[in-house]
Structure formats: C-alpha cells, structure tokens
Design a protein around this ligand. Structure first.
Ligand SMILES: Cc1ncc(COP(=O)(O)O)c(C=O)c1O
Length: 359
C-alpha cells in the first residue's frame, strides 16, 4: 500500500467546536461541513460532532443528503439555498433550513408544492456583494414571505468579506447594515464565520457558522492556530521511499532548478500534487522527519516530492514524513505557497485515505 494517509483527530475536532461555542456563550453553532467537511470527510465529521453540534451547514442538496444519512434530525442549513425550483420539495423532505439569497428563490419557494414548511434564512448582502438582498430588497422579501404557508421560521443571515482582517472598516459597515434590519421580526439571526466567532463578538447573534476553525486552522494571517487555542485536525503523512546522494552541481527533479551546492542526501517522499500537496511549494518549504524539519529540494511532482536530508543523517528509508499537521502547521505551508489553509485542506484528493483517530 502506498504510504500516504490523512489522519483525522476527532478529539481535536470536538475540542475546536467546543472552543467556538465558548467564544459566544449561550449561542448556537452550525458546524460548516461543506466541501466534504473541508476535506476531512463529511460523514465522519458529522458523526463525530452529532452529540455536540446544534446544527450543520452545507453548500448543496447533495451535501445535505450526505449529512442526513448520518443524522436524521439535526438542524441542517443550505448556505446558498436551492439552485433549481424542483429542489424545494427535496429540501422540505429532508427538513432543511434554506438560505434565500434573491428574488428568484422567493418566487420559486412560494410556487413550490412542499409537504411541510421550511425554515428560511433571508440572506443580506451587507457589503460583500456576492450573494444576498440589499437591505431594501430584503424588506420586500420579508413582507412577501411573512405568514406564507411555505415558511416555518423567517431568519436573517449575512456573511463577512474581511472578518479575517481585524479592524477592517468593512466589518463595521457590514454590521451596521445587518443591525439596520433588526426592526423586522426574525426568529434567529446569524452572521459570524470563524474569524468573527473568534474576534467580533458584536456579530455573534443567535447562530454562529464556524468552518475553518473546526479543522484547527487559523482564519487570520497574523494569528496562529495555537495562539487561538485551536488544535490541528488533519495530519498528512507520507514516507521516504528512496534515498540517494547527489553530487555538487547535479540537479534534482523536473526543470532541474534545484542544484546541489554540497554533496547532498536526497529523500524521495510518497506525496505529490495529485494528492493535494501544493505544486507551488517553493524549495526550502519544511517537512518533518523524525521530529526534525527538512527542506524541499526541487519541484513537487505528481506523486512524489524530494527533500534535502543532508542534515538528518539518521533519516532512513521508510521513515514517516509529515507534510502538514501537528508538527508543520497547515497555515505555515499555505502562507509559503501564497494560499490559505482552506484551499490546501479542500484539495486533498480522493486517493488519499483518511484515517480517523481518537473517536
Ligand atoms: C455563508 C458561509 N458561512 C460560514 C462559512 C464558514 O466560514 P469559515 O470557514 O471562514 O469559518 C462559510 C465558508 O466559506 C460560508 O460561505
């Protein structure tokens, strides 16, 4: 078997959900498990959090079906609502909460022949300008939906564009927009993603929507997960499958861009970009072997990467190599590659087996 595994620490996941709740005592929290629970496996994540989580949130009906298969009763929010009118019937059958982000969705819902009324979350475009009603349009839709037979609860939600940048002026203006609608009657209100859960208490409202923090990565460029009290959930490990000596002046890997400046010991490791390790990782990026850091040498290939282990004389064939996780924070790797932990986690491909521990 190819030595590559994404180990998912379920105790860390539970810790992180509880931490989100502790940030906002008395509030409820949808655990955001879209995109296969940010790459961690949605069924296993839902199973693990089922006795703790007040609800879950997903991006599509297909994802909602996956969650429902594991948990028949939990509150489950469709973050972008239904994409086609026919989906409202299925949403009602699955007892989903649905976001409503535009007039077309209001029309479709009011025309849907649904068996039971739905909990609706009217989405305000408070300044991100991606999805949602303007404040004025939201008032109109609120009036249209109030008292309609298709509606159980009428709720309000919005999403931050810059909550990961503390003090960004848009945060304050988005909050003002949101608060300007609170003269309307809503059963519940929801605004806070992970960054707002952690640092913007004015946005906590009734229901939090933490995603990335559940998985132990930081939403902030300048605050580490450890500083925030988060525990890494996924650790990606491979193994050394070959070792060779490379003489001075010889190159390693595609493009021959990395050239040995000294007689070098090069380890070839069983993980590549087709597994989700970023091809953009520059030479010098750290991996962990036997608790010690070693730098990438040469470009990341599809199934393998190469590491300079000249300074790790004890490293040998078969040694475990951590690409990210407990020893190499995913945020550190993401920053080195000009991306974010979200992208790395969601891009771990299907061929990487997930192993669940501490369940
Ligand atoms: C509408 C909505 N709410 C909450 C989240 C969770 O955000 P985060 O992972 O930053 O906590 C997302 C994720 O992108 C989202 O789209």
């Amino acid at each position: 078997m190819r030595p590559l595994v994404a180990t998912v620490d379920l105790a860390a996941l539970r810790h992180n959900y509880q931490l989100a709740k502790q940030c906002a005592p008395g509030r409820k929290a949808f655990a955001v498990v879209k995109a296969n629970a940010y790459g961690h496996g949605a069924p296993e994540t839902v199973q693990c959090l089922s006795d703790l989580a007040d609800g879950f949130a997903v991006a599509s009906l297909e994802e909602a079906e996956q969650v429902r298969a594991v948990n028949a009763d939990v509150r489950l929010l469709l973050l972008e609502g239904c994409f086609e009118p026919a989906e409202y019937r299925a949403a009602a059958e699955l007892s989903l909460d649905v976001a409503i982000q535009g007039e077309a969705q209001v029309d479709a819902l009011l025309n849907a022949q649904i068996e039971r009324p739905l909990n609706v979350w009217l989405k305000l475009d408070s300044g991100m300008h991606r999805l949602g009603f303007t404040a004025a349009a939201l008032r109109v839709s609120h009036a249209r939906l109030s008292g309609a037979a298709e509606i159980a609860e009428l709720n309000l939600m919005s999403h931050f564009a810059c909550a990961d940048e503390r003090g960004h002026p848009l945060n304050e203006s988005q909050l003002e927009q949101f608060n300007s609608l609170l003269d309307l009657s809503f059963a519940h209100r929801s605004f806070a993603n992970s960054a707002a859960v952690l640092t913007l208490s004015a946005a906590h409202m009734d229901w939090l929507r933490p995603g990335i923090m559940l998985y132990g990565a930081s939403p902030f460029a300048e605050l580490t997960a450890v500083t925030l009290g988060l525990k890494p959930v996924m650790t990606l490990t491979a193994a050394i499958i070959a070792i060779r000596e490379v003489p001075v002046g010889e190159s390693v890997g595609y493009g021959a861009g990395w050239v040995a400046q000294r007689l070098s010991r090069i380890a070839t490791v069983s993980c590549g970009y087709a597994d989700g390790y970023p091809r953009t990782a520059p030479p010098g990026t750290s991996v962990l072997i036997g608790g010690q850091r070693a730098p990438l040498a040469g470009r990341v290939s599809m199934d393998m990467l190469t590491v300079d282990i000249t300074d790790l004389p004890q490293a040998e064939l078969g040694d475990t190599v951590e690409l990210w996780g407990v020893g190499v924070p995913i945020d550190e790797l993401a920053q080195a590659c000009g991306t974010i932990g979200y992208e790395l986690l969601t891009k771990v491909t299907q061929r990487v087996p997930r192993r669940y521990i501490n369940g």
